[in-house]
Design a protein around this ligand. Structure first.
Ligand SMILES: Cc1ncc(COP(=O)(O)O)c(C=O)c1O
Length: 474
């Protein structure tokens, strides 16, 4: 690692050689190896999108009077997305840096609006345990009390439980379309009825689903209502750096009322540095993101998005069929779109996940219950899916073969776990933290981390992973 800026800058060639060597350790995402985190519309679209980014790479979208071109593009993007997600309703929106910021701002405006209009000083927000952690993070920043509703044992979200938690401090209900873990849309219609009944705000987190579900509707899939047609919905977030295939750093937050959007703005008109006003969390705002988001929507276009949606659902269908017909696997939940969850019989889910990691696949792990999580997108072509399913076949054969030293592996895991569990917490933390940063070629054993975690209380567990994060960045 180089810890000082080189005296003489590298040439272009040297820079790109360095990138090549940095990238050696990366997952091969362009070959579709990632089931999450990356959304790529293919080289042809991507070329135009990145060229658009470069064209506006130095422009700052902070001041709407400086680059009017960017202001026009941002307004068009907001209009276009609002017309796609909730046609026929006049909405007020902002472009933000991502789902987390959109969620943060929706809660900020809910808090400040409820304080001003209803005099609520100790706000509470009711959300399901499957809501994205961006909510808990924002609630922490904003000092708002989260009231978390656990799913029923069949993994459904019972809105009656929400009603029992509503009190005079409740400011906003949260629904997801869909929630990330099982890809299932929350009962937004019922939440909307509750919001109207108790005069509450209702935010819909359609960060991952807003764009994709809108096209599924056009393709006549039966999708439960989640948008502003439901009169109780007051705000909705939809990320464009996911299924709209815009570059990272792009999301839209939409409001039914201009007044709520106004609560989100930060204005300091008497600052000595001049009048300061910003619409979102960002100060300086990348012009490249606005331009390339505009380019993604307008270059891919409706036909392009429909085609990418069909390709994605083709891959989804193949994986779902495979899971349903494989005696070792079991689906979890009934997903509404392209997020899939499944488990392996005999508690071998994390073992399968580790083997798939060893084969270079990036997949998610769910907990309570254990599961493998896949975000499927258009990068998952027939060939990619074929290779993926072949690797699952291979792994399952290995895991369930009478010759496979499953017992030996269990004994091995057991010994490691026992030794680790015997360590005092601080030493356990040190051992796992040291281990986590090693990018060795050794087989993955993430399953052990999940097992160890079971024996820790939630503070210890958070503490452990905070230390691991700290080590990554040290
Ligand atoms: C449903 C949902 N909400 C919010 C987020 C957070 O979005 P971001 O990572 O862009 O901040 C995600 C990310 O995957 C998500 O799936």
């Amino acid at each position: 690692m180089k810890n000082s800026i080189p005296k003489k800058g590298y040439s272009e060639k040297e820079i790109f050689n360095h990138f090549d060597s940095f990238q050696q350790v990366d997952t091969d995402w362009k070959s579709g190896k990632t089931f999450g985190a990356v959304y790529y519309p293919g080289d042809n679209y991507a070329k135009v999108i990145s060229k658009s980014y470069s064209k506006f790479i130095h422009e700052n979208a902070f001041d709407p009077q400086l680059f009017k071109s960017i202001l026009s593009m941002e307004k068009e993007v907001v209009e276009q997305v609002s017309n796609l997600v909730s046609p026929g309703t006049k909405l007020y929106g902002s472009l933000t840096s991502g789902g987390t910021e959109s969620i943060f701002l929706s809660l900020l405006s809910a808090r400040d609006w409820s304080k001003e209009k209803k005099g609520i000083d100790n706000p509470e927000v009711i959300l399901s345990s499957t809501a994205h952690p961006a909510f808990l993070k924002a609630l922490r920043f904003l000092k708002i009390k989260p009231v978390v509703i656990d799913l029923d044992s069949d993994l459904t979200f019972d809105v009656k439980k929400v009603e029992t938690k509503i009190n005079s401090n409740t400011i906003v209900l949260i629904g997801s379309a869909p929630a990330y873990p099982y890809g299932v849309i929350d009962p937004i219609e019922k939440l909307s009825e509750l919001a109207l009944k108790y005069n509450l705000l209702l935010h819909v987190d359609a960060c991952i689903g807003g764009f994709f579900l809108s096209y599924l509707k056009r393709l006549n899939y039966s999708i439960p209502s989640f948008n502003f047609d439901l009169k109780g919905v007051t705000s909705l977030s939809v990320d464009l750096h996911k299924y709209a295939y815009a570059p990272k750093g792009s999301s839209i937050l939409l409001y039914r009322d201009a007044e709520l959007r106004l609560s989100q703005y930060s204005v300091y008109s008497n600052w000595q540095g001049g009048i300061y006003a910003s619409t979102s969390f960002m100060g300086t705002k990348p012009g490249g993101v606005v331009a390339s988001t505009w380019a993604a929507l307008n270059h891919i276009g409706e036909d392009g998005y429909i085609d990418l949606t069909k390709k994605t659902m083709n891959a989804v269908g193949k994986i779902v069929d495979y899971i349903n017909s494989n005696t070792y696997l079991e689906p979890i939940g009934k997903p509404d779109m392209s997020l899939l969850a499944f488990k392996v019989k005999e508690n071998k889910t994390y073992q399968l996940a580790d083997l798939l990691n060893d084969k270079g696949w990036y997949i998610g792990r769910l907990q309570n219950p254990e599961g493998i999580h896949l975000v499927v997108s258009c990068i998952h072509t027939d060939e990619v899916i074929e290779a993926f399913l072949k690797d699952i076949d291979w792994s399952l054969e290995k895991l369930f073969s009478p010759n496979f030293s499953s017992n030996l592996q269990k004994v091995g895991d057991g010994v490691i776990k026992k030794v680790l569990n015997l360590l005092p917490f601080n030493q356990l933390k040190k051992t796992l933290t040291n281990q986590a940063e090693k990018t060795s070629k050794k087989p993955s054993k993430k399953r052990i981390i999940y097992d160890i975690k079971e024996n820790l209380n939630s503070n210890e567990s958070d503490d452990l992973f905070r230390s691991i994060m700290e080590r990554f960045y040290s």
